[in-house]
Design a protein. Structure first.
Lengths: 434, 423
């Protein structure tokens, strides 16, 4: 597939902008960056250049506005829509561009929540065949995951050609996922994150938010603790994702997608997270120029200094991880019967199970959940967690022994854990000694 | 002492990893590398204990300057912290700046040839991301004559290799623009080869010729004379492991018998100070005559010529050093290096590919590990185990590992005993 010219609609948004950089650099494509006005398009052009750390691509990035749609779309081999996650806004954009689309042009949407089938309905039959979801993760220069989702109408040959282009030219880790709410990465990732948020409420008297983050922090296979991630993404975005999944899916984990009340209150108060200066956490600039981190206390409904929790199992695990004793680290976790260690191991088990169940239902193959979590979230992928616990048999025993009765009543553990391969990913780099 | 030395295999860490960010230290780094290396060669820690009882095994550790980066010396003995199986195993650290890996290999190979031991484990490593890039540059300055060439100078090595670029242009009366665009091409070949290497530091990074030629811009700042960031290898954490063994070991312990062998080696030391190097070479056709001599020695010892070498792994700490290596290898006459670059002879698909792994610029340069990593990459190529970066024809490979400003020069040739038996 020869993609020489690309139009990104909504190129001033974070994703639109960064994705422009990917097409213009690795793809060496001429990219029309369509924004609401020239000023924001010009700003986005500079940002896109810096996102791939290469001024050489600046000449490939052409700032444009909606007034130029005819020229841009007509000349494009690929059109990527990255406008706000609002079906009416997307519909109006599709109506505007439809008449200029060339017969060979690929149309991709960067939606992270809307149905590809529903969106495809806004195009006529010819165009529909070339329409698909192309969902990248932020920042795409570091996160190489690209979830590709065809609609029922997408031409398979075309889909395969686009996948090949994304993989071999843009160096994306391409995973085809079914047209299910939030696709796969966010479905698995936000199951974990939202349940962590629910646990923060459940354990609010123990400390809540920072308490839970201390139990399932970087030493459990991620760069950032889950609620720090939510704060980073923004509670509003978090809510949109989990609401969509809750409304449109119905699997055993359904109730874990309900956002707790305190978080809804924070959103109402515009405390969305890092982007608004406060959310689950709050960064305080001290008079001496140093920074300190506060956390929202769910009980008192105020911010307080973040606690430095010391749980013996965490201390022991980090000590072992620091010197590369991975097996000992997981033994320490497994042999500790404190409330915190139990929460920790249960979260890891639930994550593995949900990852496998989800990949079986909407992924390309058994490794898809691993691909999305490793390259979209930089989290230890589910099958790699099994490897870390000493392989399938050891994990099965631990999972049955450690899971709550309630959880075991939802699922058939033996069936889910039957005949699983080893992960393609090495678990070691994901477990941080911190 | 012309006994054969076989290469059993090995392993390396993913050079993209930042061990400080992971919160892990040298013991974790060594443990992972040695675990993976032993698994690759089919040896266990119990085997090490048994071999050691019979005095058949020793370890050779390559590291440049752990005393500064992680406040740790006595790095041969440090292996005892990795696993008790190393208690009692002869082990020492070898140092020759960025050629530390090679001097460890050389010692290991020599001990096997001398029949002192039957198997030698060689581990090269460096953890460099414990400090910021400026401090890192200062530490590395100790590979030059520190007081004269590095003290108080920001990024001394880019400046020394920037001087090599200046001197190259001067010596061969090159067109500067053409020379710089050839350096850009060297950089791009390395970045693009690294895309195929799952252990490469830059596997996600973007580079093209235009960007590499945009020296002096904010995304490609100039750092040493003519050289910019795109001309440099980066600060890297990592380790590499290889095992070499005697014929006796192969017969007694191994299932296979078609391991590649070390066919030749060269080791020459040039004047430490860069200006003395240039002064000394003023009437020589080669700008780095001792680098060339190390290559010639290796060809001679292997009874081979450049015609026999299918590919090279070179020490592209900077593009200017790879440029000089082209004629040192004998791919072109000195002063004609540009021909091999412009005609793509040194590209992945060329007839004399250099750095199919991505080299130091593409795959990373944890200084004490680089020599061992190159040796491992030669092994992978000649045994057909290089995965996506496997070359079609790779029976014999040459590596050049340098320390300082091309002060210590180490060359090895690795090849299959019978050509074409597994390509």
């Amino acid at each position: 597939m020869n993609i020489k010219t690309v139009t990104i609609i909504g190129a001033n948004g974070t994703m639109g902008c960064n994705i422009s950089g990917i097409f213009a650099s690795f793809g060496n494509a001429k990219v029309y960056m369509v924004c609401r006005n020239m000023e924001s398009a010009e700003k986005a052009q500079i940002k896109a250049t810096m996102s791939v750390k290469a001024e050489a691509i600046g000449k490939n990035l052409i700032p444009k506005t909606y007034d130029d749609l005819e020229e841009c779309i007509g000349a494009s081999d690929l059109v990527f829509e990255s406008v706000r996650e609002d079906i009416d806004i997307k519909k109006s954009v599709y109506e505007k561009i439809a008449k200029y689309i060339q017969p060979h042009t690929v149309i991709g949407t960067g939606t992270s929540g809307l149905s590809i089938n529903d969106l495809s309905e806004y195009f006529d039959e010819n165009i529909r065949q070339h329409f698909m979801g192309i969902h990248m993760f932020n920042p795409p220069y570091n996160m190489t995951l690209c979830e590709v989702t065809p609609s029922d109408y997408t031409n398979t040959d075309y889909l395969n050609e686009v996948k090949m282009y994304l993989k071999s030219v843009l160096h994306r880790n391409v995973v085809e996922v079914k047209d299910e709410p939030a696709f796969m990465g966010n479905r698995i990732g936000f199951q974990f994150i939202n349940e962590a948020l629910q646990y923060a409420e459940l354990y609010k008297d123990n400390g809540g938010i920072d308490y839970i983050d201390s139990i399932i922090g970087p030493f459990t296979g991620r760069s950032m603790a889950p609620l720090v991630t939510s704060d980073f993404v923004g509670l509003d975005v978090h809510k949109a994702i989990v609401d969509n999944i809750y409304k449109n899916t119905n699997d055993y984990a359904h109730e874990t997608f309900v956002m707790p009340e305190f978080a809804i209150e924070l959103i109402a108060a515009n405390k969305l997270g890092r982007k608004t200066g406060a959310g689950l956490y709050q960064t305080i600039l001290n008079t001496d120029g140093s920074k300190s981190i506060n956390v929202y206390d769910i009980v008192t409904k105020t911010y307080r200094a973040k606690e430095k929790y010391v749980f013996p199992f965490v201390k022991q695990m980090i000590k072992e991880l620091k010197v590369g004793n991975y097996a000992s680290a997981f033994n320490k976790l497994n042999n500790n019967h404190s409330t915190e260690a139990t929460i920790c191991i249960q979260f890891l088990i639930k994550y593995v199970i949900y990852g496998i169940v989800t990949t079986k239902s909407i992924g390309e193959n058994i490794h898809s959940a691993d691909d999305v979590m490793a390259t979209g979230f930089n989290w230890v992928p589910p099958l790699a967690v099994i490897d870390a616990f000493g392989g399938l048999e050891a994990f099965r025993q631990i999972a049955i022994e450690k899971s709550s009765k309630e959880f075991l009543s939802f699922i058939d553990m033996n069936e889910i854990l039957k005949d699983l391969p080893k992960s393609k990913y090495d678990y070691r780099s994901f477990f941080k000694a911190k | 002492m012309n006994r054969k030395v076989y290469i059993l295999g090995g392993a390396q860490t993913d050079f993209e990893r930042n061990w400080s960010k992971e919160g892990k230290g040298v013991i974790a780094l060594l443990k992972e590398t040695i675990d993976d290396g032993l698994e690759n060669i089919g040896l266990t820690y119990n085997d090490i204990i048994e071999l050691n009882k019979q005095g058949k095994i020793a370890c050779f550790v390559g590291n440049f300057i752990g005393e500064y980066y992680i406040n740790q010396g006595h790095l041969g003995a440090l292996l005892t912290e990795v696993n008790p199986a190393f208690y009692g195993v002869p082990s020492a650290r070898y140092e020759a700046a960025c050629a530390s890996g090679s001097v460890a290999l050389d010692a290991a190979i020599t001990k096997i040839k001398a029949e002192d031991y039957e198997i030698a484990l060689v581990i090269g490593w460096e953890l460099m991301k414990t400090v910021d890039s400026k401090v890192c540059g200062d530490y590395l300055g100790r590979a030059a004559l520190y007081e004269e060439e590095a003290a108080g100078i920001d990024f001394p090595f880019p400046k020394l290799f920037g001087k090599l670029a200046d001197e190259t242009v001067k010596k061969y009366n090159l067109n500067k623009d053409r020379y710089l665009s050839n350096l850009a091409k060297i950089s791009v070949i390395n970045y693009s080869n690294a895309k195929k290497n799952p252990n490469a530091q830059t596997k996600k990074w973007f580079m093209n010729e235009e960007q590499a030629n945009m020296r002096g811009t904010s995304t490609n700042t100039t750092i040493g004379g003519m050289l910019a960031i795109s001309d440099c290898s980066q600060v890297t954490d990592g380790a590499a492991f290889v095992a070499v063994a005697s014929e006796k070991f192969i017969k007694e312990y191994c299932k296979e018998d078609n391991y590649p062998i070390v066919k030749g080696w060269g080791h020459r030391v040039a004047p430490m100070r860069f200006d003395k190097k240039i002064l000394e070479s003023s009437d020589n056709a080669y700008i780095l005559p001792w680098t060339r001599q190390a290559v010639v020695d290796a060809y001679h010892r292997a009874n081979m010529t450049v015609e026999d070498i299918d590919f090279f792994e070179t020490h592209d700490c900077f593009t200017s050093s790879e440029y000089a290596a082209i004629s040192s290898f004998g791919i072109t006459e000195p002063g004609q290096e540009q021909e091999a670059i412009e005609s793509n002879r040194i590209a992945f698909e060329g007839d004399k590919p250099i750095n199919p792994s991505g080299g130091l610029i593409g795959s990373g340069h944890p200084v004490g590990a680089s020599g061992v990593r190159m040796f491992l990459d030669l092994y992978k190529q000649v045994t057909g185990k290089a995965g996506e970066y496997q070359l079609k024809k790779a029976d014999n490979g040459m590596m050049l590992n340098i320390g300082g400003s091309a002060t210590t020069n180490y060359v090895f040739i690795i090849g299959n005993e019978v050509d074409g038996d597994r390509s």
